[in-house]
Design a protein around this ligand. Structure first.
Ligand SMILES: [Zn+2]
Ligand SMILES: [Zn+2]
Length: 188
């Protein structure tokens, strides 16, 4: 991978010159748009060194802390500052973050705040995603079925799952089984 240490990069989001920030513990330079939008540009595999919560991204995050950054349109197509070809939007699957990836050199551009979101992504976001899917599902049912939504919802896969669970409980003895189980514990 060709090193771009000598080259000042132009921010693909706002067009300002990005600043090189040396990350000593990783031994690499990261390009950060400190005078513009706060975006971060990672060479080929650089992002992999910072995207997990246990990895140290303090130096990067410290640079961004408390600064005001220019707002940019995150849906706009960005061009890789190294290859000058359009980057592709890719969902990281975490926290609904969309990053720009260059298919040629593998570089990635993160908008301000996205690194934090990726690092924080985990169980919390899974729960959030689940809630979102669920609400969209309900929403969808309501709009498709109108007044019959309640009826339809009672046979939704989720509902069936819980109903099966309850039925299973009663199949294996229900209240009676539970009472016996408690008595057994009490005797010990
Ligand atoms: Zn920028
Ligand atoms: Zn590229």
């Amino acid at each position: 991978m060709a090193d771009n240490q000598e080259l000042d990069l132009i921010c693909p989001a706002c067009g300002k010159t990005m600043k090189k920030v040396l990350i000593p513990n990783a031994g690499i330079n990261i390009d950060i748009c400190l005078d513009g939008c706060g975006g971060i540009f990672f060479d080929n595999r650089e992002l992999n060194k910072f995207d997990e919560p246990h990895e140290n991204a303090d130096e990067i995050l410290k640079m961004l802390e408390g600064r005001e950054f220019q707002k940019v349109d995150e849906s706009e197509v960005r061009k890789c500052p190294l290859c000058h070809i359009p980057m592709v939007k890719m969902g990281s699957g975490i926290g609904g973050v969309q990053i720009d990836v260059c298919n040629k050199c593998g570089a990635k551009f993160l908008d301000n705040g996205e690194l934090l979101k990726i690092r924080e992504g985990g169980e919390v976001d899974t729960a959030k995603t689940d809630a979102l899917v669920n609400s969209l599902y309900q929403e969808n049912l309501r709009s498709v079925l109108g007044e019959n939504a309640d009826k339809a919802r009672s046979s939704s896969p989720r509902r069936q799952f819980f109903e099966n669970l309850v039925n299973k409980f009663y199949d294996i003895g229900g209240d009676k089984g539970l009472a016996e189980g408690i008595n057994k514990i009490k005797k010990h």
